[in-house]
Design a protein around this ligand. Structure first.
Ligand code: NAD
Ligand code: IPM
Ligand code: MN
Length: 362
């Protein structure tokens, strides 16, 4: 059986971290019965440079003919000028929309070896294990109109729009996920101000009636932002709209020690998902071998779990990541000043993960 994984390296550290994840995938897959073909396509700034558009039709067509997608990151100062009508980020939003990837899962778990890499006190970050379910194809990111107005363009409009069905399907995803976990859903909104949040709350309550075993609570986003730091272990599954989920997930990554540790899975109603680190293209460290590849490697594990149904191989990768951290290997973003620490570059961290997989396999 041959499966196709399309790799979209993108910009900045994107090519460095996807190369790492592909090496790890190849190493677990060569021992399996499944034959996987990797096809690389351009997206973001790299696609603007090559084709004049951040999401060429060729890339969309290839993604639609794949079993799973692995993405690095898009964007960078090169494509930031105001005159740029086409931005790399449009490529990412476009592929999410084209593939119908409405649910973005961002797991946040404590890595025991990294509790001191977080600026938050040890007692707060120990035993944290939750997943943010972020709505990904609606809300402010896709609302129309989104434009400048007035004779001198002195007004701007961005629209936060959701249909009932768009909210329902992502909330349902969160409840199903909670059933496989600790059966707790925290829905995050701004229902004291936004009409969209009031509909969101109504749908969460209706869904909750069908899941009597699940404990449900609502939190306002401002207070939730505070509680993510002061009491993160209370959470199991968080579900929230697109923009809130974007902001809260970067905040939550601080618990794990670095944004470079947070993977993500963007899912639709089928099996074809897009897997990418939650971080961006990190232009400040691109090309220096300083990128932490673990978020992308952990995203590759999610790819095996959700799109290829290879739970065993997915856990192998996750255990290997824990192993290398336990052995003291750290990229530059993860310094904790512990005695056994060894600072390594992107490539060596990847080698260590592959070694750890091989050691466990024998
Ligand atoms: P960023 O996530 O790229 O970087 C924020 C900080 O975290 C930087 O200091 C960076 O060096 C560090 N960092 C991020 N990932 C790291 C890793 N794997 N290892 C070590 N350090 C890491 O956010 P930004 O600087 O605000 O944005 C840069 C560009 O990336 C922008 O163009 C933005 O639009 C884009 N972006 C893309 C994605 C994506 O493609 N999914 C996500 C976020 C931002
Ligand atoms: C993310 C990123 C993207 C988002 C940007 C680059 C469009 O920040 O994946 O979190 O806001 O969704
Ligand atoms: Mn983001």
């Amino acid at each position: 059986m041959t499966k196709t994984i399309t790799v979209l390296p993108g910009d900045g550290i994107g090519p460095e971290v996807t190369e790492s994840a592909v090496r790890v995938l190849r190493s677990v897959l060569e021992k399996s019965r499944i034959d996987v073909r990797f096809v690389e396509k351009k997206i973001g700034g790299a696609a603007i440079d090559a084709y004049g558009t951040p999401l060429p039709q060729e890339t969309i067509d290839q993604c639609k003919n794949s079993d799973a997608l692995l993405l690095g990151a898009v964007g960078g100062p090169k494509w930031n000028e105001k005159s740029m009508k086409r931005r790399p980020e449009q490529g990412l939003l476009g592929i999410r929309k084209a593939m119908g990837l409405f649910a973005n899962l961002r797991p946040v778990e404590t890595f025991q070896a990294l509790v001191d890499a977080s600026p938050i006190k040890r007692s707060f970050v120990e035993n944290v294990d939750f997943v943010i379910v972020r709505e990904l194809t609606g809300g402010l990111y896709f609302g129309r109109p989104s434009e400048r107005r007035g004779p001198n363009q002195e007004q701007v409009v961005d629209t936060l729009a959701y249909s009932r069905q768009e909210i329902q399907r992502v909330v349902e995803k969160a409840f199903r996920l909670a059933m496989k976990r600790r059966k707790k859903v925290t829905s995050i909104d701004k229902a004291n101000v936004l009409e969209s949040s009031r509909m969101w709350r109504e749908i969460v309550d209706l869904t909750a009636e069908r899941y009597p075993e699940i404990a449900v609570n609502h939190q306002l986003v401002d207070s939730a932002a505070m509680q993510l730091i002061t009491n993160p272990s209370q959470f199991d599954v968080l579900v929230t709209e697109n923009m809130f989920g974007d902001i809260l997930s970067d905040e939550a990554s601080v618990i794990t020690g670095s944004l470079g540790m947070m993977p993500s899975a963007s899912l639709n109603a089928d099996k074809v998902g897009l897997y990418e680190p939650a971080h961006g293209s990190a232009p400040d460290i691109a090309g220096q071998g300083k990128a932490n590849p673990l978020a992308t490697i952990l995203s590759a594990a999610l790819l095996l779990r959700y799109s290829l149904e290879m739970e065993c191989e997915a856990s192998q990768i996750e255990r290997a990541v824990h192993d290398v951290l336990d052995h003291g290997y750290r990229t530059y973003d993860l310094q904790t000043a512990q005695q056994n620490e060894k600072t390594v570059k992107t490539e060596e961290m990847t080698d260590r993960v592959i070694d750890a997989i091989d050691r466990r396999a024998v």
